[in-house]
Design a binder for this molecule. Structure first.
Ligand code: SF4
Ligand code: SF4
Ligand code: FES
Length: 291
């Protein structure tokens, strides 16, 4: 097998290591390509099809995120056929779920002139599941079934297998197994599913509540880099701080130790700095009074 392969993308020649994908070659040329289900740390399900490209000699469009680059390939990333396909994918997603927090769709929908109204309203309507744990919220009305959370919870990262895909057709959904509440599932609340979700279907509770209350404002947030002090592994943390309060914790995807993944303590163990236990006790008491 050659160590490198040379191909042509939009008329430009590019050489990439053997085993690289078309997306790697396209990215090496600085050409922006929308992706939703792609994550370099996860198995590629090639589920969303928003990254498709035209490959000379191929009958169908091909997902660039998973197709291996080969010597002599001729790839088009912006042909009328590619633009039409990407527009269709975005329109179908926008017309079936709430994609307002999906950054990729927000960025690329105008580029491809997506008109989701052609397909009617959202077909997935369900209230957010916000009462089965205090750490994160599952709002599957935003879920595009990209399977990233399933991969992150499974053998790619966490090896907990709390999530799976279930159902068929319009009934397809992400499930905890017999749809049990999260607390009755094997979930260990690492939040790695939250970290990879591209649509905001999974959000840390603080972010979910602040967005719901209209107080989430990324323009007022700064990121403070630190090291997690809960154990000796020393994971790198990005503290997202708004008005002197930590509102979210992530880890850089490019970090060679964490690859962006954390445990429950690193990701969610900051609430005590916000007077967390009192806040939670008050909220719990209020909920009890209501019920
Ligand atoms: S929080 Fe962690 S263990 Fe729980 S479902 Fe998400 S990835 Fe799986
Ligand atoms: S919850 Fe998020 S990560 Fe999981 S399948 Fe839906 S959109 Fe993808
Ligand atoms: S990003 Fe390639 S198929 Fe989803």
């Amino acid at each position: 097998m050659p160590e490198q392969v040379t191909l042509t993308v939009d008329g430009q020649q590019v050489t990439v290591p053997s085993g690289a994908t078309l997306l790697d070659a396209i990215t090496a040329l600085g050409i922006e390509t929308p992706t939703l289900c792609f994550d370099p740390s996860l198995t590629q399900p090639s589920a969303c099809r928003v990254c498709v490209v035209e490959l000379k000699g191929s009958r169908v469009l091909t997902p660039s995120c998973s197709r291996a680059a080969e010597n002599g390939m001729e790839v088009l990333t912006d042909s009328p056929r590619v633009r039409r396909a990407r527009k269709g994918v975005i329109e179908l997603l926008q017309s079936s779920v709430d994609t307002s927090l999906a950054a990729t769709i927000g960025k690329f929908a105008p580029r491809y002139d997506a008109q989701p109204d052609r397909y009617g309203g959202a077909t997935v309507e369900q209230p957010p599941r916000d009462s089965d744990n205090w750490l994160y919220v599952r709002d599957y009305a935003r879920c595009i079934l990209c399977y990233k959370c399933v991969e992150a919870c499974g053998s790619d990262v966490q090896h907990t297998f709390a999530l799976t895909a279930a159902g068929r057709g319009f009934g397809a959904h992400i499930d905890t197994g017999f749809d049990v509440p999260l607390g009755e599932s094997p979930c260990v609340y690492c939040g790695n599913c939250v970290a990879v979700c591209p649509t905001g279907a999974l959000l840390g509770r603080t972010e979910f509540e602040m967005r719901r209350d209209g107080t989430w404002d990324e323009s007022r947030q700064k990121e403070v880099v630190t090291i997690c002090s809960y154990c000796g592994v020393g994971c790198e943390l990005d503290l997202h701080v708004q008005d002197n309060q930590i509102v979210k914790v992530s880890s850089p995807r490019e970090n060679s130790v964490t690859h962006g993944f954390l445990c429950v303590k690193g990701r969610f163990g900051y609430d005590y700095m916000r007077g967390g236990s009192k806040r939670r006790q008050k909220a719990l008491a209020g909920r009890d009074e209501e019920s």
